[in-house]
Design a protein around this ligand. Structure first.
Ligand code: CIR
Length: 253
């Protein structure tokens, strides 16, 4: 069960944030509206939502997931791999300390984005990407293993972040796309397979009794329903334009 979620309102500068997509510039008003609906969906899932104020200095800071990795007993403040985002951790460190007494840190030369970390029960998978390097991944692995979690490092081939291509629903089931469909590290999990046209839907979030999915991916939605889950669909168009998905917009704990 998740009880608490942290999100951050997009700033006007959001439209000038980092992206590799060619989907165009986000519409700020629409992004705000979509963000509000995201907050409402989380509330419907029964969590308390802490909404942080927007910060013009950090265009990508609405993607709070990248700044921390949270476990029931301790938090790890990440060290985001993009220079323009690294300063986001200063505020998040203060916020996280309101919730956690035990806070650890990923330190340079290690870099790590929370989007590269997927928790499946007591096993954490840590992607090596353009944002997370081997030093950062190893630091997190050591922190987790010292707390008796399992940790596996997964070098990524194509996906931006690990969780861009795989999500955990619970009950040993993952939603997987692209390189994760046949990946040996995930072979023990039952898979809901996402077709190449619906790849964006591989990033979805199970929050208590619901799976929140992006709107417009009918095949994957049906597969998730057929697996027995209730879904909430959200239009994510303005976040997809900046390489962001559903998981990126929150820290859930
Ligand atoms: C970035 O490039 O950092 C943002 N535009 C997107 C971050 C997405 N975050 C995530 O997948 N966890």
């Amino acid at each position: 069960m998740f009880k608490q979620v942290i999100v951050k309102k997009p700033a006007i500068s959001y439209v000038n944030g980092l992206t590799t997509s060619d989907l165009g510039t986000p519409n700020y008003e629409m992004a705000l509206e979509q963000h509000e609906k995201y907050v409402q969906a989380l509330a419907k899932c029964g969590v308390e939502v802490k909404v942080l104020l927007d910060n013009e200095e950090f265009a990508d800071s609405t993607f709070v997931e990248d700044t921390a990795v949270l476990t029931p007993n301790f938090a790890v403040i990440s060290n985001p791999g993009a220079d323009s985002r690294n300063g986001e951790i200063k505020e998040m460190n203060r916020v996280i300390k309101e919730f956690y007494d035990d806070v650890r840190y990923i330190k340079a030369p290690g870099t790590l984005d929370g989007g590269d970390v997927l928790q499946i029960e007591d096993h954490f998978y840590i992607g090596i990407s353009d944002r997370t390097n081997i030093e950062g991944a190893n630091q997190l692995k050591q922190i987790l293993e010292s707390a008796n979690y399992k940790a596996t490092i997964v070098p990524l081939k194509k996906f931006f972040h690990l969780k861009t291509g795989i999500s955990y629903l619970g009950n040993n089931q993952v939603v997987a796309a692209g390189e994760f469909i046949d990946h040996p590290d995930f072979e023990q999990y039952e898979k809901i397979i996402v077709s190449p046209e619906e790849e964006y839907c591989a990033n979805c979030i199970r929050v208590n009794d619901y799976v929140i999915i992006p709107k417009g991916f009918e095949q994957t939605k049906k597969k998730i329903h057929d697996a027995g889950y209730q879904t909430i669909e959200l239009n994510m168009s303005e976040f997809q334009k900046q390489d962001g998905g559903l998981s990126c917009l929150s820290l859930r704990f």
